[in-house]
Ligand binder design. Structure first.
Ligand SMILES: [Zn+2]
Length: 346
């Protein structure tokens, strides 16, 4: 799809539950329905349950939303589709507040919807960064409450980031130069970000090992925590009197974009969901040369994410978990391919 559809055009494509269900059906069973239990192709669409097939062979009932994040939802499928479209096409993403305004749904539903959709936005290209990589840390302001009228004064969260330095002339990762040499005429490549509890060596080294290929050249400031890292070529830029953004310009640009985005779209990050926000930012940044994200990716249809429940997202203990009753429920909620089905609160 080359052209970006407006919300109204998109709504004309998916005007009702049936049109949404038809797409789900096509994605899951491109060659027509097959019973996930017995493999029978002979099934009837039930009249009394929404978009659910009953297998003529074994009697198993299968919903078109099974295995998707929409399963057992109380919201109409159209709301999920339209929300995913808005999240996908707005280059800066959409906050729960904006979704609420656009779709006319309750704030609590919009918030959970946005969190669930955001979970699909994990960078598909998780290959480690390579070549020459700038790395640095920044403090991001966060807000602890939802009161947008109050000033953003609640605290700081430490974020570590890394960006690949691309050679402008080749478009490829830059070849390493001698220690201390300047990298001129470069572009920004892919990035990685993570929130860390402190800038001690243990956290920085773990981030580097998880995100950067061994052997890469690391350009950093003179922070002592980078010392003792094995398997990398460390080329610290002693910042001294020089402004820090000159030797490490790409990572500083990333941090300033992140800061602007978090304030503009989300009115400040909230620490308990920092990983989801950072994932979304990295996902959008690393795909910034594409026109837009597919709404199917955001809906999780492209990669078949296991659906996240309300309890997973809010990090709370599910009070029903562990009881005899809920173990039965959980078992019932297993799909044929082993994924949990859980509409979780919305
Ligand atoms: Zn069957």
């Amino acid at each position: 799809m080359g052209k970006q559809l407006s919300l109204l055009e998109f709504q004309a494509w998916f005007p009702d539950e049936e049109s949404c269900a038809r797409l789900l059906l096509e994605r899951r069973w491109p060659d027509g329905f097959i019973c996930p239990k017995c493999g029978d192709r002979n099934a009837v669409l039930l009249a009394n349950r929404a978009y659910t097939y009953e297998c003529r062979g074994c009697g198993r009932q299968t919903s078109v939303t099974a295995g998707t994040m929409m399963h057992r939802t109380k919201l109409p499928l159209t709301v999920w589709f339209w929300a995913a479209h808005l999240m996908a096409t707005h280059s800066n993403g959409m906050s729960a507040r904006q979704l609420k305004g656009q779709l006319g749904i309750a704030y609590d539903s919009a918030w959970l919807l946005a969190q669930k959709l955001r979970r699909s936005m994990v960078d598909p290209n998780r290959d480690p960064l390579e070549g020459v990589v700038e790395i640095d840390q920044a403090e991001m302001p966060f807000r602890a409450n939802d009161d947008l009228a109050s000033p953003l004064k609640t605290g700081k969260i430490l974020v570590v980031g890394a960006v690949e330095v691309i050679d402008h002339s080749t478009g490829e990762p830059h070849k390493p130069k001698g220690y201390g040499a300047r990298y001129l005429d470069t572009l920004s490549g892919r990035i990685r970000l993570a929130a860390i509890p402190s800038n001690e060596a243990v956290h920085l080294h773990a981030f580097i090992k998880a995100n950067i290929a061994p052997g890469a050249t690391l350009l950093s400031d003179g922070h002592a925590s980078y010392q003792g890292l094995e398997g990398y070529r460390h080329d610290p830029r002693v910042v001294g009197n020089m402004a820090a953004h000159i030797p490490l310009k790409w990572i500083h640009r990333v941090f300033s974009l992140l800061k602007r985005w978090s304030l503009g779209t989300y009115h400040g990050l909230r620490p308990q969901h920092i990983d989801a926000y950072l994932n979304e930012f990295v996902f959008r940044y690393n795909r910034r040369f594409y026109r837009h994200v597919s709404f199917e990716t955001v809906l999780g249809l492209a990669t078949r994410h296991a659906p996240a429940s309300y309890w997973d997202i809010t990090g709370q203990e599910n009070p029903r978990k562990g009881t005899k009753m809920s173990r039965r429920t959980v078992r019932r909620r297993k799909t044929a391919d082993g994924m949990r089905q859980d509409g979780g609160g919305i």
